[in-house]
Design a protein around this ligand. Structure first.
Ligand SMILES: Nc1ncnc2c1ncn2[C@@H]1O[C@H](COP(=O)(O)OP(=O)(O)O)[C@@H](O)[C@H]1O
Ligand SMILES: [Mg+2]
Length: 234
């Protein structure tokens, strides 16, 4: 469903991503792990059209979307829940979700269906539907960021550090939701600094260090490999 081939990306002189290959098969949950600064966010942003790659290609369902703008990438079926939860604070929960649906590709009827599904998945959002997003806790804002991505009916969901800065109880709720989506057949690329958490839920894992993939395989296979330990813990 998602194929990243020899992707490279830079921030000025910093070569943040070098020749990265990642494949995410339909219906699988693939984790991209690595320590802070490894290049995980730059990789996701390059897929999502928020950062122009300097080389390589990105294919979604066989279609080449390399270098497309983020709006076009969303319409091609890829949704990113960005690091740091991008929501619109002066709007209500429901307005945030409706606004997200506009950038997608669904009909009005599908949008209503999707809104019901998001409220089903996150009862907290349903309870707070008329509340301003700015007044919600960090965990609720992360749920809203998730909900916004789902409103675009993505074929591929990109998650950048969903657990970052959240209390363990909220992280549990979010990861249960990720597993629910996975079981329902969603295709997910999950970036996580918390390797244990990522290994526990994923079908396959890629390990990134200094801009490159240094190991990949099933969670059982990569666990304990020396190069993985070094990538994660130095
Ligand atoms: N906006 C930026 N300007 C300059 N350097 C950046 C910028 N964003 C990231 N970098 C650098 O690119 C590298 C990869 O960063 P990033 O993709 O954010 O890693 P990760 O998400 O794995 O922590 C790091 O060396 C980081 O300092
Ligand atoms: Mg990051």
């Amino acid at each position: 469903m998602l194929r990243v081939s020899r992707l490279s990306a830079a921030h000025g002189a910093v070569k943040a991503v070098r020749d990265v290959d990642i494949e995410v098969a339909q219906g699988t949950l693939v984790a991209l792990i690595g320590s802070n600064g490894a290049g995980k966010t730059t990789t996701l942003n390059s897929i999502a059209g928020l950062h122009k790659p300097s080389g390589g290609s990105v294919h979604v369902g066989g279609r080449d979307i390399t270098g497309w703008s983020c709006h076009k990438v969303v319409r091609s079926g890829v949704a990113l829940v960005a690091e740091g939860r991008r929501i619109a604070p002066p709007l209500t929960v429901e307005e945030n979700l409706e606004l997200a649906a506009y950038s997608g590709r669904s009909t009005k009827a599908q949008q209503r269906e999707e809104l019901a599904r998001v409220f089903d998945l996150f009862p907290r959002l349903a309870e707070r539907r008329n509340q301003l997003a700015a007044s919600m806790s960090g965990g609720e804002q992360q749920m809203l960021a998730f909900g916004r991505a789902l409103m675009t009916r993505p074929d591929v969901l990109l998650l950048d550090e969903p657990s970052m800065g959240l209390a363990p109880s909220i992280v549990d709720v979010l990861f249960e939701t990720i597993e629910t989506l996975h079981l329902a057949g969603a295709t997910i690329l999950l970036v996580e600094q918390n390797a244990e958490l990522a290994l526990a839920v994923s079908d396959r894992v890629y390990v990134m260090q200094r801009g490159q993939i240094v190991s990949d395989g099933t969670a059982e296979a990569v666990r304990g490999r020396p190069e993985v330990m070094s990538a994660l813990f130095g």
